[in-house]
Design a protein around this ligand. Structure first.
Ligand code: GRF
Length: 197
């Protein structure tokens, strides 16, 4: 199972996948390429260090929003087809994709989100905003969700979730750290689950 991983930032979820592949914990999964939508993402360095081909596909700021999304999606679709990808993993990938890619990779594209979806998902819900919203809502637990990507944002069928307690005195950052550790387990389990089918 050839895996294309999409990233935007630090790439600790990508690192969890790289480490899991090394210890043979990804089922039949092999990470065969990484694409970042940001040229300065540290995740790119992690890919290069692991010997994985890494590419930048940045959104074109000269295009209006819908066209910009479609243009980026089509470039990613082209690369996915070129490498004959079986699975696309959004691992801390912040762009929203659209168009043919969503149909061509339906059921073969997953995202990790740092909340117990359907709570605290949707456009604009990323980073500490998610955790601030969970705290403001008075939740007693949160967690992370791996789900299939569909045409909505954070709406596709759930692959798996991992839960953490919300503790007295939590801030968005302390909660984010607790959830991040679970993400690293969840993303590996989800890929292994899909790779074993
Ligand atoms: C994670 O919290 C992920 O759920 C979210 O972005 C963050 C990425 O972290 N979508 P990293 O780049 O994998 O370290």
């Amino acid at each position: 199972m050839k895996i294309l991983v999409l990233v935007s930032g630090n790439g600790s979820n990508l690192q969890a996948l790289i480490d899991a592949e090394r210890r043979n914990a990804l089922g039949s999964g092999r990470i065969t390429a990484v694409i970042s939508d940001k040229a300065d993402a540290f995740a790119l360095k992690r890919a290069v260090r692991a010997g994985i081909p890494a590419f930048v596909e940045a959104p074109d700021p000269s295009l209006p929003k819908a066209e910009r999304r479609l243009d980026l999606s089509n470039r990613i679709l082209r690369r996915a087809r070129d490498m004959d990808a079986d699975l696309i993993v959004y691992a801390g990938f912040l762009s929203i994709l659209s168009g043919d890619l969503i149909n061509v990779f339906a059921g073969r594209m997953i995202n990790i989100h740092p909340s117990l979806l359907p709570k605290f998902g949707g456009e604009g819900m990323f980073g500490n905003r998610v955790h601030a919203a969970a705290l403001a809502a008075g939740e007693t637990e949160s967690g992370c969700t791996v789900h299939f990507v569909d045409a909505g944002t954070d709406t596709g069928p759930v692959v798996l979730q991992r839960r953490v307690p919300i503790l007295p005195g939590d801030t968005p950052s302390t909660l984010a750290d607790r959830i991040h550790k679970e993400e690293h387990i969840a993303i590996v389990e989800a890929v292994a689950k899909i790779g074993s089918v």
